[in-house]
Design a protein around this ligand. Structure first.
Ligand code: F6P
Length: 324
């Protein structure tokens, strides 16, 4: 392998730049050429490539977003689209690629590998932490810190007005952000898709905590949670059935995807980038780099995308005890 392509794909996450930097610098260190592919699979189809060297990635370890841009690409889902991408890679002499992204990006890479025998390695980059084969995806830790900081601020105003706040956090159809940030921010209730206990139970619990002396409450709602039709309907339900509280809703939204990556995400990205390039040079393919027990491991991409990570039951128990 003489020339490796690197790109980011799908939703961005803090730490992607640190991973790009690591892949580029590892290639420079090992005397392999490295090409940045802009706009994910879309740019691959168009041949939007740029040769990179160690200096191309200076001062980006601390930046959120991705200097290579990112996109979700419909055309790459088609055989014709993938053939165009393959021809562009061939024309540019790119032998292998490292894809930094989530579920959808890995599925594309796996199919591409099966069709053309093209070597691919994945680095998990998503705030949702919904990839099997790694305890942490890049951006998850940063997003948790962002959410906790935001909830701390919401709590100030919630307690000043004796209000109940519903705070919606991202995570697509899993509750990792909600559960971890909820425990970290001391939320009274955490609603996640993995555990729908119903809105009556929520009401009972809010009443109980009110009568135990709590004057304000924070309820974290994962965006995929189905306790209510949506967070606003949940607000109306609680207002109608428990008028003691003034209720407000705060949807944190895309601010959770931005900001400087945490030190943990930067270190993890640096480690994963090195391992990804090394794996390609060892002749490995169709694998994702993950971390477990602080060791880097390689998992077949088809396993990484199929098995959703399990929600941490112990953490659910802790959150229940803490909200007594
Ligand atoms: O996968 C990351 C994520 O931020 C999810 O948490 C969220 O559901 C989705 O992407 C939002 O996607 P978009 O940026 O396209 O609105």
């Amino acid at each position: 392998i003489k020339k490796i392509g690197v790109f980011t794909s799908g939703g961005d996450s803090p730490g992607m730049n640190a991973a790009i930097r690591s892949v580029v610098r590892t290639c420079a260190y090992l005397n392999v050429e490295c090409v940045g592919i802009y706009w994910g699979y879309q740019g691959m189809i168009k041949g939007d490539f740029k040769l990179m060297n160690a200096r191309s990635v200076h001062n980006i370890i601390n930046k959120g977003g991705t200097i290579l841009k990112t996109a979700r690409c419909e055309e790459f889902r088609t055989k014709e689209g993938r053939k165009k991408a393959y021809d562009q890679l061939q024309a540019a002499g790119i032998d292998a690629f490292v894809v930094i992204g989530g579920d959808g990006s890995f599925t594309g890479a796996m199919i591409f590998n099966q069709e053309f025998g093209f070597p691919v390695i994945g680095i998990p980059g998503t705030i949702d932490n919904d990839i099997f084969g790694t305890t942490f995806t890049l951006g998850f830790d940063t997003a948790l810190n962002t959410v906790v900081e935001a909830i701390d601020k919401i709590r100030d105003t919630a307690s000043s007005h004796n209000r109940l706040f519903f705070v919606e956090v991202m995570g697509r159809d899993v509750g990792h952000i909600a559960l971890n940030a909820g425990v970290g921010a001391g939320a009274e209730e955490i609603l996640i898709p993995e555990e729908n206990l119903g809105r009556e139970r929520l009401l009972e619990s809010l009443k109980r905590s009110r009568s135990s002396g709590k004057s304000s409450s924070i309820v974290i709602v994962a965006e995929g949670d189905k306790t209510g039709k949506n967070i606003f309907e949940l607000k109306e339900y609680v207002e109608a059935n428990f008028p003691d509280y003034e209720v407000r809703v705060s949807v944190l939204g895309h601010m959770q995807r931005g900001g400087a990556p945490s030190c943990y995400d930067r270190v993890l990205a640096s480690r994963m980038g090195v391992r990804a390039v090394e794996a390609l040079l060892e002749g490995k393919t169709n694998l994702m780099v993950g971390v477990q027990d602080n060791q880097l491991i390689l998992t077949p991409i088809n396993k990484a995308i199929k098995g959703h990570t399990k929600i941490d039951k112990e953490l659910i128990r802790v959150s229940e005890i803490m909200s007594t």
